[in-house]
Design a protein around this ligand. Structure first.
Ligand code: PTJ
Length: 245
């Protein structure tokens, strides 16, 4: 870790950079994760590095969708494994959902390293992709999934996605909940629910929200009223107005 004093005005942001850099050094995060992180930082700036109202609305709906799912699965790539391992594990625990490693950039051994990293942070079980099950409508490495995990899932939580797989999952009739700071990305546009927020803020809030749901039938009403398009438009309006610049 670099020696950033806690009093530095950009302490939090610099700490996140360190986590991604450390992830690359450990062989967990793809080198492309550095570029993805930079893109995320730029959008985070535009929303004042705060969870805004459109993200809160999406988090509430996502909590319900994940709670009502019969077979929810949490997809983990090399970037989120470096940024929020404990929060993803807690999300899996509150939902009783498996974590499944799924990466875009193929580097030998990286999937296993991500799995080991999650186990070290307290995960009980982590699924790996298998050649026994593959998604339709996609050619990249992300098509390989676990037969008891993403292949069977009705709702998949896919933070920081690259687009293609979100489309494939939707075409296969699955619901997708994503976290993406860019409301214009293909993933953001195609997901069932898009949380336009930093994954480091969004996942703990999602866990808290899930814990608060006591009446699932009542919660169902919330989801039937949710419109992802409207929420994305709100996020774009917020960015265009430049309120935080
Ligand atoms: O581990 P791998 O091989 O699966 O690769 C993971 C990355 C993230 C490198 C890969 O999926 C990728 O290249 O993603 P993209 O296409 O760059 O998209 C990442 C999206 O996540 C972009 O829209 C970013 O704005 C957004 N993003 C980046 N950092 C964050 C974020 N969204 C939420 N929180 C962040 N911290």
């Amino acid at each position: 870790m670099s020696d950033v004093p806690k009093t530095h005005p950009r302490y939090l942001s610099l700490t996140l950079r360190d986590k991604i850099v450390r992830g690359v050094e450990q062989g967990i995060t793809s080198i492309h994760g550095l570029i993805a992180h930079g893109r995320g930082e730029a959008f985070d700036y535009l929303i004042a590095e705060k969870t805004q109202h459109f993200a809160t609305a999406a988090i509430h709906a996502a909590a319900v969708m994940l709670c009502l799912a019969k077979h929810p699965v949490i997809s983990v790539n090399g970037s989120v494994a470096a940024l929020v391992p404990e929060d993803l594990i807690e999300l899996g625990q509150v939902l009783n959902a498996p974590l499944e490693v799924n990466i875009f950039h193929t580097e030998t051994g990286r999937e296993q390293k991500i799995k080991d990293h999650l186990l070290k942070h307290g995960a009980k079980e982590v699924l790996l992709p298998s050649t026994e099950a593959a998604l339709d409508y996609i050619d990249s490495n992300r098509k390989f999934v676990h037969p008891e995990g993403i292949f069977k899932a009705d709702v998949v939580f896919v933070p920081l996605e690259d687009g293609d797989r979100c489309e494939a999952l939707r075409k296969m009739g699955k619901d997708v909940v994503t976290v993406d700071l860019n409301p214009m990305s293909r993933t953001a546009q195609q997901a069932s629910i898009t949380i336009v927020d930093n994954v480091v803020r969004a996942v703990p809030l999602l866990v808290d929200q899930i814990k608060k749901i006591s009446d699932k039938t009542k919660a169902q009403t919330l989801i039937s009223q949710y419109c992802n398009r409207t929420v994305l438009e709100e996020a774009l309006k917020h960015i265009r107005r430049g309120e935080n610049i």
